[in-house]
Design a protein around this ligand. Structure first.
Ligand code: MSP
Length: 642
């Protein structure tokens, strides 16, 4: 049995209603927690709300209610939303909980007693939006980079935490444990911060200014700075210092946060832990930001995306799948409904949904709806061996999951699905069904396909628990936990011949694209023909160009070539082809993997930045970038394009 697993989300501020960004982080935590639930019996998933501080006090004032009534309202919105998104957190912490407040007090006293907190008069530039002082170095044109406002100069006496004392320790720790902050770009960002001398952290706010907070145990005229209070939730929820959960889960703690709160989690928190005599977390997993139609989500722009609205229109599992499949964990992503609909139609309705209904329908048609007996002596073409492909898919999936590369994990499952679709096309069960002599082969084919669906159901369970349960039920099994344990998923030949299968069902109906208002650029007739058409050619001239479907298997940036990406594509040939494409301005390499593109396959090879490029990727291009042509539905690599 694998070691226990502990995952946390940030605790969200209660000054705004939950939106797509909060839902994404919390769904990531749910997915990873369900995944680890498949490999170990001991998982703990924590989320909650961050309820102290000036920001909250001002939000309550605006609504003319007490801070207590205000935090109770919004915290409930978060708490009640999660079950509706099928999120199964084990505990919901609030920083206004008495237990949490007691732990903050205890840790402050301990650090104070050992001399790591000192009192000092300080004059500095304070951003009320961020609730912190800024150094001149951190300001952009004299303004807070987040709020675009000039901070106010405040002079006051406060308590400071000696972070500088631990700076070298933290640098050494990160260098010795290079995967502690991941993906790597964020580790590098933290190390870059640490190259400058670290200021001590102001951890108090005078009660004359802010009353809504945890009193400092060594000075009742002050409350604790919200970040010092909030970060401690990760241990107070486990019953710090001696609770059983603390012993079990703290040594394996992993956090998920977005890049906006990298500094408190990458710098303040490990130093606080060190000062408190605790080991630091095992991993800090940092993701990027969801933007909406290319802009930052914000109330003032009016583009805040409500998770429940999307669930109601598109279905919960489709929504969860889209978030996990479309964002490369670590990079920013752009949310738009068109992309969501495309994903539902291609990956869910087409690839998975069709395969499922095709296989279950065949089991009904050829075997009266029972799992067929499989004769192990029937010869199989080893290149089509589904069990072997399942083993490969599971290995790739597990490796990707454990590094939080959710999109890659799903890609591995979809490669397996595409292999199963190919298996149906090649084995042609409808032909086997025509003669009695090929009945044993037909039994093997349908049995294998049902088994393949069982594996797929298990692997999609963390992301789409409801769909996984529906699939399992249609395979004649009870949709309870054992079918979603990794050992069970891996064991090929789990289905018992003779089990009755319920009739097939539609897992995901196809969805119409939402109607789009034509944009200015689409309207203008002069844009349509710009640049001008080239002179006419006859069909034979076009026929000399060999266009083929290719699947992108690998994509990498090319050092020193800002515009170029190196693609390794599967064109149905024995070996992958390398093609260099000038599309780096429009894509992060990772997001191209798995896409089907069109290649000019008979173009003379050329060397670009020392790389031999065998072909060209078709792309629509203008001054704003180059967008590759992809296929509306999947086709086998190498298919001609005419
Ligand atoms: N209260 C602090 C966290 C304290 S943790 C000890 C806080 N709260 S917050 O409500 O502002 O939540 C920030 C987090 O919400 C981000 O780190 C991320 O997890 C999530 N997101 C908010 N907007 C987001 C996007 N637009 N995109 C992706 N995630 C985002 O900071």
């Amino acid at each position: 049995m694998s070691p226990p697993f502990y995952i946390t989300t940030p605790i969200y501020y209660v000054n705004a209603r939950p939106h797509l960004g909060h839902a994404y982080t919390t769904i990531c935590a749910d997915v990873i927690s369900r995944y680890y639930g498949m490999v170990t019996d001991d998982t703990f998933f924590l989320t909650g709300t961050d309820e102290h501080g000036d920001k909250i006090m001002r939000a309550a004032k605006k609504e003319n209610i007490t801070p207590r009534a205000y935090v109770d309202n919004i915290s409930t919105l978060f708490r009640d939303l999660w079950p509706q998104l099928n999120i199964r957190n084990d505990y919901f912490i609030r920083t206004t909980d008495a237990d949490h407040m007691a732990v903050v007090t205890e840790i402050l006293q301990k650090i104070y007693d050992q001399g790591d907190i000192y009192f000092n008069e300080y004059e500095g530039k304070y951003c009320f939006g961020c609730e912190r002082f800024y150094t001149d170095r951190e300001l952009v044109d004299g303004k807070c980079p987040d709020h675009q406002s000039e901070p106010e100069v405040i002079k006051e006496s406060n308590y400071f935490f000696k972070m500088s004392k631990y700076q070298q320790w933290l640098i050494d720790y990160i260098n010795e444990n290079p995967d502690v902050i991941r993906p790597e770009r964020y580790k590098n960002e933290v190390l870059a911060f640490l190259r400058e001398p670290l200021d001590d952290l102001c951890i108090s706010r005078p009660k004359s200014r802010i009353k809504w907070g945890i009193s400092l145990p060594f000075d009742p005229d002050y409350v604790t700075y919200v970040w010092f209070d909030a970060l401690i939730n990760y241990v107070s929820a486990l019953g710090y210092p001696n609770g059983d959960k603390m012993q079990t889960f703290w040594p394996v703690a992993q956090h998920i946060v977005a890049k906006d709160i990298l500094k408190p989690h990458g710098i303040y928190w490990p130093i606080m832990l060190k000062a408190a005599g605790l080991p630091i977390y095992r991993h800090l997993n940092v993701h990027g930001y969801w933007n909406v139609d290319q802009s930052k989500m914000s109330k003032s722009i009016g583009n805040v995306v409500e998770p429940l609205q999307l669930k109601n229109v598109y279905g919960l599992d489709a929504f969860r799948f889209f978030l996990m499949r479309d964002m490369v964990f670590g990079l920013d992503s752009n949310f738009n409904e068109e992309a969501l609909v495309n994903r539902i139609n291609s990956d869910l309705a087409n690839d998975l949904g069709n395969l499922f209904s095709r296989v279950v329908t065949m089991a009904h048609k050829y075997f009266k709806g029972v799992v067929p007996v499989m004769d192990p002596t029937v010869a199989q073409d080893s290149s089509l061996d589904l069990s072997e492909k399942a083993v490969q898919a599971i290995a790739a999936y597990q490796q990707a999951m454990e590094s939080f590369a959710f999109h890659k994990a799903l890609l591995a499952v979809w490669e397996f699905i595409s292999h199963m679709n190919k298996y149906v096309d090649v084995t042609t069960p409808w032909v086997l069904a025509k003669s009695k002599a090929s009945r044993p082969q037909l039994e093997v084919v349908i049995y294998n396909l049902l088994e393949g669906l069982r594996v797929v159901a298990g692997l999609i369970y963390p992301v789409m628990p409801d769909t996984a349960a529906t699939m399992i039920k249609h395979l004649g099994l009870d949709a309870d936990q054992p079918f979603f344990k990794m050992e069970m998923i891996k064991a090929w030949k789990t289905l018992t011949p003779g089990i009755e299968l319920p009739k097939s069902t539609t897992l995901f109906p196809r969805i119409e694209q939402p109607r789009k208002e034509p944009t200015d650029a689409m309207d203008k007739p002069e844009n349509a023909l710009s640049p001008e058409l080239k002179s006419e050619i006859d069909i034979s001239a076009f026929g000399t160009i060999d266009l083929r479907v290719a699947t992108v298997m690998k994509a990498e940036a090319i050092p020193r070539a800002k515009k170029l990406i190196k693609l390794d594509v599967d064109m149905g040939e024995p070996q992958l082809r390398t093609v260099v494409a000038g599309i780096a301005g429009s894509y992060e390499p990772d997001t191209l993997v798995g896409k089907q593109v069109v290649i000019v396959a008979n173009l003379k090879p050329a060397k670009l930045m020392g790389i031999r490029s065998q072909g060209m990727v078709l792309a629509a291009s203008n001054d704003s970038g180059a967008i590759v042509l992809t296929l509306d539905k999947p086709m086998p690599p190498g298919t001609p394009v005419q």
